[in-house]
Ligand binder design. Structure first.
Ligand SMILES: Cc1cc2nc3c(=O)[nH]c(=O)nc-3n(C[C@H](O)[C@H](O)[C@H](O)COP(=O)(O)O)c2cc1C
Length: 221
């Protein structure tokens, strides 16, 4: 009898462990970026995911005044979301363009010799942009800033823009696209880098999110 009870307890424990391993916060889960040069995705910019499209999180936002939609996009997904935001808010788009743009080979995170892997491993990385100066910067009260998630952080091509501008008096709303990872603390890290501005929580969209997902997020005044 005692042995039977012990066996039942062990069985229950094993089931709990299995559930924890399969469950968890899927918006933060990721399966391919812990290290470089691994994984089994089919395209350089669409690495393996855990099959979830973590749309969760990201309280709706209401932009005030004129909106500027700043974005960096290496393969077009973030650009598409930036376009939806600009359409919905009537805002102005501003693309962050690296002087040395990323090629498909540069973006191959599975190749340990690729540009992104070298940059990821270099704490002093720096991506020079063609410009970080926005015409009529003072006119914008709300600044959306968009980027792809790279290894669970904001693609570092946005860093120079954030460091070189004064966000005082502006509401800053980060947004990102990713295969599976949530926005995490990417916005907070950018806010620290900027040192000015009223930075909001922001929102993550899946790489292929539709306009209606963006419409759900933005509540016009
Ligand atoms: C170098 C690299 C690293 C990536 N790291 C992640 C990651 O950590 N988590 C994730 O969910 N997606 C990751 N992705 C997928 C991109 O975030 C996703 O494809 C994004 O929509 C690309 O946006 P873009 O087309 O605007 O460049 C990565 C993609 C690349 C190229």
């Amino acid at each position: 009898m005692k042995r039977f009870r012990l066996l039942s307890i062990l069985l229950a424990l094993a089931m709990c462990l299995a559930l924890v391993a399969c469950g968890g916060d899927t918006t933060g889960a990721d399966s391919g970026y812990g290290s470089t040069g691994q994984g089994s995705g089919s395209a350089a910019n669409e690495p393996p995911t855990d099959g979830t499209s973590g749309e969760a999180g990201g309280e709706p936002v209401t932009p005030a005044g004129r909106a500027l939609v700043v974005y960096f996009s290496a393969s077009g997904n973030t650009k598409k979301i930036a376009g939806y935001i600009a359409e919905i808010t009537g805002g102005t788009m501003f693309e962050l363009v690296p002087v040395n743009p990323y090629t498909a080979d540069d973006l191959n995170w599975r190749d340990s010799g690729s540009r992104v892997v070298a940059e990821h491993n270099n704490p002093d990385r720096h991506v020079e942009l063609t410009t970080t100066q926005v015409e009529n910067w003072e006119a914008y009260e709300t600044v959306f800033i968009g980027y792809p998630i790279w290894w669970q952080e904001a693609a570092w091509a946005v860093d120079d823009f954030v460091k070189n501008n004064d966000f005082t008096g502006k509401t800053v709303i980060p947004f990102c696209t990713s295969s599976s990872f949530g926005i995490g603390n990417s916005g907070e890290l950018l806010a620290q880098m900027a040192g000015t501005g009223d930075w909001q929580e922001g929102k993550r969209f899946s790489s292929s999110a539709s306009k209606s997902k963006v419409e759900e997020w933005i509540i016009l005044p």
